[in-house]
Ligand binder design. Structure first.
Ligand code: CA
Length: 374
């Protein structure tokens, strides 16, 4: 999937990696890249300063952190992944089929059957429908099949100390991660995640974990790797905090071929209303009132543009990942899972569902993931 920009907000979204500027990239590439993973040297000045800083701010003792960082590795593969030249931006009709595949839809319906009580409890607490919760986790990690292969601390430290263009952000996330590990009683060397440090089935960054993760089953731990009640409750809470409105739609198909689109841009903001879009000549159906916030969503496809109207709940999904296409894919996957669960044909908009590919061989313990220090 395309990489998104990192927003420097406190409610930092989840897996947003800034595409480096040409200058930043050149700077980064000036750093000699070791061919193999190397343990960090905790006596390095910048690491020493970081240890002193978090010690002063949060009361961490220096010696355990020195011992910890001596076991953390700088991974060239992580630097290569983040500095990879920008991929061509996918069109919507290239992006959508990556997620709207039969196996992902079927798996979503299957997970619903297996984790129905966790899903329904999360829906009751957050107001976010079970199919949207499944849509997010399905797009993020294929329900846990792709949670990432790096130790989170290796990913964060590599980018915090060996990738100058994003060092401020990743030092902040590393600080959040140390706090998270202390609060949760986790061995900081154990959790695994993406090359950018996004964690667990819903791919929360450490700051999001600390701010929004929820102990859904009240067992005293927030476990986004193994505990499905925690996973779904945390996704629901994230969306609720970012404005989800229970019972309201996400988006509607629209016709805008003859509409007045002057002054509209592709910013992810609810700058219009149901009424103002209709006044422009955008045609769509919704039960929401004329004063309901809305935005026109223009999705580029080979044959032109597919228009939709996004409402407040569409905007909430874009707080999880700032992309029109991401939020549209989550919405479509949720609709497809809901239809499958109801035994209905897939929604008409799902005109290009990709047929099932042979499933990968699952580990013997099924599809649950582990947080072991792999
Ligand atoms: Ca729990």
């Amino acid at each position: 999937m395309t990489r998104k920009r990192l927003a420097g907000r406190v409610t930092r979204p989840l897996r947003r990696i800034a595409r480096p500027s040409a200058v930043a990239l050149a700077l980064a590439l000036c750093q000699p890249l070791p061919a193999q993973a190397q343990a960090f040297d905790p006596t390095r000045a910048d690491i020493g300063a970081f240890i002193a800083s978090v010690g002063k701010k949060h009361g961490f003792e220096a010696e355990p952190l020195v011992t910890l960082f001596a076991q953390v590795e700088s991974k060239p593969a992580i630097l290569q992944a983040i500095a990879k030249p920008a991929e061509r931006t996918l069109a919507w009709d290239e992006y959508r089929p990556k997620f709207l595949v039969e196996r992902r839809i079927a798996r979503g319906a299957e997970v619903h059957g297996l984790k129905q009580s966790e899903l329904e409890q999360s829906q009751a607490a957050s107001g976010v429908p079970v199919d949207i919760l499944l849509g997010i986790v399905g797009v993020e990690t294929f329900y846990g099949e792709n949670v990432g292969k790096y130790r989170v601390i290796d990913a964060l430290a590599t980018l915090a100390f060996d990738y100058p263009p994003r060092q401020a952000f990743f030092r902040s996330e590393l600080e959040q991660y140390l706090l998270m590990a202390r609060e949760e009683g986790l061995d900081p060397l154990a959790p695994v995640g993406s090359y950018a440090g996004a964690m667990g089935l819903p791919q929360f960054m450490p700051s999001s974990f600390r701010n929004f993760a929820v102990d859904g089953d009240a067992d005293g731990k927030r476990d986004l790797w193994n505990d499905w009640a925690d996973v779904f409750s945390s996704v629901g809470n994230y969306l609720k905090v970012h404005g989800w409105r229970a019972g309201e739609p996400v988006m509607a198909a629209a016709e805008a071929g003859s509409a007045n689109l002057a002054g509209l841009d592709d910013k992810l903001a609810l700058t219009e209303t149901v009424g103002s879009l209709r006044a422009r000549g955008v045609k769509f159906e919704t039960s929401l009132p004329a004063n309901a916030p809305a935005m026109l969503v223009a999705l580029k496809v080979a044959a032109g543009t597919e228009y939709r109207v996004g409402f407040t709940n569409f905007y909430a999904i874009t707080r999880y990942n700032r992309s029109h296409m991401y939020a549209s894919a989550v919405s479509d996957l949720a609709d497809a899972i809901a239809a499958t669960r109801a035994g209905l044909p897939l929604p008409a908009a799902a005109g290009f569902i990709v047929p099932a590919a042979p499933p990968p061989v699952r580990p013997a313990n099924g599809w649950s993931t582990t947080s072991g220090g792999k």
